[in-house]
Design a protein around this ligand. Structure first.
Ligand code: PEP
Ligand code: MN
Length: 338
């Protein structure tokens, strides 16, 4: 952190700030310019609430020089991380495809979808058993029963599985049945929930909040890692903007930005980003080109009868076409899949 004093700041103000920093157990480094004096702070920032320095006389602004997230930060961990989920490694040389219905609806459906997405090249089966729906009257998911169907589908096909958790109770259930936990966009800053998944050993897919900045997102990842679970994968799923032509706006720039700031794998969900099945494939291709480590795609055995997110769900045939059409893109960036 660097404190920039106002032009013409009095010596008394400068000394007062420096003394406060010193008394807090950190070291102030004062450098006096002709117009402006700056004070660098070196040491363990947890000893001092730096924001409070703004209220000292003659302080102009505070400029952070390092990010508040450390464990997720690429500066301290330059090599990209690969995360093992069952037989798959997510990143840095692979393209992992997670696919399945928005919600687990019944046992037969999960078996059917699992076989189809496996055949087309997916290695992780998705399905929501606890659905955080915008309306309380929409289908809320089958709960633990749905997780059992995920496990059965996994046993039948060998696919790994991922499902969203929304509470402590759902975490306790999910760890018994699935290989990976998902934190949905609406819970990205549910810090209590982040800490709880941080106490499990399962890899966690952390979706970006509806209106969250990349910095907030990486701090959310830090919450999970700092509890002892380093296996965090970030998922860009579109953000709220003024545009209404798509459900959300896919922030494709988040992929290279994240790659420069964190060592964690990044995947893209073009299904929730657009809400329109016809836009899923072009955005899947752009995600690969931008450097994504994988994709999450909604696939349904009969989208017109889906209990949630039918319009953005691909049929088996559309999904098969997508996976063969993206293969040259994966080859181009040197990522293996299938
Ligand atoms: C989902 O993946 O099922 C989901 C609800 O997505 P999001 O949290 O990104 O809206
Ligand atoms: Mn969905």
């Amino acid at each position: 952190m660097v404190i920039v004093m106002k032009p013409g700041a009095s010596e008394a103000s400068i000394e007062k700030v420096a003394k406060f920093v010193n008394d807090s157990g950190l070291t102030p480094h004062i450098s006096r310019g002709t117009e402006v004096t700056i004070i660098g702070i070196v040491g363990d920032k947890s000893k001092l609430n730096c924001d409070n320095l703004q209220i000292f006389d003659d302080v102009d602004k505070l400029v952070p020089v390092t990010e508040s997230y450390k464990l997720a930060n690429r500066k301290f961990h330059p090599e990209p991380t690969g995360i093992k989920v069952k037989n798959t490694i997510i990143g840095p040389d692979t393209l992992t495809i997670m696919a399945g219905p928005c919600a687990v609806e019944n046992e037969d459906q999960m078996l059917l979808v699992a076989e189809a997405v496996k055949k087309a090249g997916a290695t992780i089966l998705r399905g929501g058993a606890y659905k955080p729906r915008t309306s309380p009257y929409s289908f809320q998911g089958l709960g633990e029963e749905g997780l059992k169907y995920m496990k059965e589908a996994s046993e039948a096909t060998g696919l790994a599985t991922i499902s969203e958790v929304i509470s402590l109770e759902s975490i306790d259930a999910a760890v018994k049945y699935v290989d990976m936990l998902q934190i949905g966009a609406r819970n990205m800053q549910n810090f209590y929930l982040l800490k709880e998944v941080g106490r499990t050993k399962l890899p966690v897919l952390l979706k970006r909040g509806l209106s969250s900045t990349i910095d907030e997102w990486l701090n959310a990842a830090e919450y999970i890692i700092s509890e002892g679970n380093p296996n965090v994968i970030l998922c860009e799923r579109g953000i709220r903007t003024f545009e209404t032509a798509t459900r959300n706006t896919l922030d494709i720039s988040a992929v290279p930005v994240l790659k420069s700031r964190t060592h964690l794998p990044v995947i893209v969900d073009p299904s929730h980003a657009t809400g329109v099945r016809g836009y899923v494939e072009p955005l899947a291709k752009s995600a690969i080109a931008a450097g994504a480590d994988g994709l999450m795609i909604e696939v349904h055995n009969c989208p017109e009868k889906a209990l949630s997110d039918g319009p953005q769900s691909l049929t088996f045939e559309q999904f098969e076409n997508l996976t063969s059409n993206i293969k040259p893109y994966a080859d181009l960036v040197g990522r293996s899949f299938r």
